[in-house]
Design a protein around this ligand. Structure first.
Ligand code: ZN
Length: 250
């Protein structure tokens, strides 16, 4: 068992949260959202053999930068946990876990869909939250600008909250701050939470690209620029930054 899980637990603290933190734009914004609200916040990531492993590496530097640049949040930021879920990678044969081209499937879902991924993430996160004494679980899933993954939908998350609470006899609250907002509003939320410094940190340090590309030179950060995740991120940035420029010129 990783040392951090054996460490003293948070205690049954109403104000403790666990954030599903992948190192991407959405989960970094959710982490800031949680740090603004809860007294104690821990993070969890999952290693399932994803092609975009660069995001797992980015996680550590993002956490370090948050501690350095936002001392108020840094004081609330507790341990980070990484759970080995390679079994999920073995079960999936998708464009996120094997070297095949990203494409749409006949049923309208992209072949980046890893069946049940978020259900498994939430189950493991809840088991960890149980051990750590955290009541609040925060995830960056979104039904507005998304790839059609059924396990990102609001109804799925609400059903999971009921199932997890029944199955673990707890009163976890699953928070989805991005559920009903688009990518441009996710940038705006970051600005509202942490100003230009947080927007800059997210732009420069987070990874969203499905291919794990570290190509730079984009206004919106690093990535291949052509995979669905990069396209969503770029479109959101263009809309956000155009509105910012209009506001400045008025
Ligand atoms: Zn990409």
């Amino acid at each position: 068992m990783p040392a951090a899980i054996r460490a003293p637990i948070l205690g049954d603290d109403m104000d403790s949260a666990l954030v599903l933190f992948s190192g991407g734009q959405d989960s970094t914004t959710c982490l800031a959202w949680a740090l603004e609200r809860f007294d104690r916040v821990e993070t969890v990531g999952f290693d399932y053999g994803q092609r975009h492993r660069v995001e797992l590496i980015a996680r550590k530097s993002i956490l370090g930068e948050i501690r350095d640049a936002f001392p108020r949040w840094g004081n609330r930021l507790g341990g980070d946990h990484v759970i080995d879920l390679h079994a999920l990678g073995q079960l999936s044969d998708t464009a996120l876990t094997s070297e095949v081209a990203i494409a749409m499937r006949g049923d309208g879902l992209p072949n980046t869909f890893v069946p049940g991924r978020n259900l498994i993430f939430l189950t493991f996160a809840s088991a960890l939250a149980y051990r750590r004494g955290a009541k609040h679980i925060v995830t960056g899933v979104c039904e507005t600008d998304y790839s059609g993954y059924p396990d990102c939908r609001d109804d799925t998350i609400k059903a999971m909250q009921i199932a997890l609470n029944l199955g673990m006899e707890r009163r976890f609250i699953l928070h989805t701050p991005l559920m009903w907002i688009g990518k441009a509003d996710t940038w705006r939320l970051a600005e509202k939470l942490g100003g230009g410094a947080l927007v800059k940190l997210i732009r420069e340090a987070t990874h969203t690209c499905y291919l794990g590309s570290e190509d730079g030179g984009h206004d919106w950060g690093k990535g291949c620029g052509t995979c669905p995740a990069c396209e969503l991120r770029a479109a959101g940035w263009i809309e956000y930054s155009a509105a910012e420029r209009r506001a400045v010129n008025q």
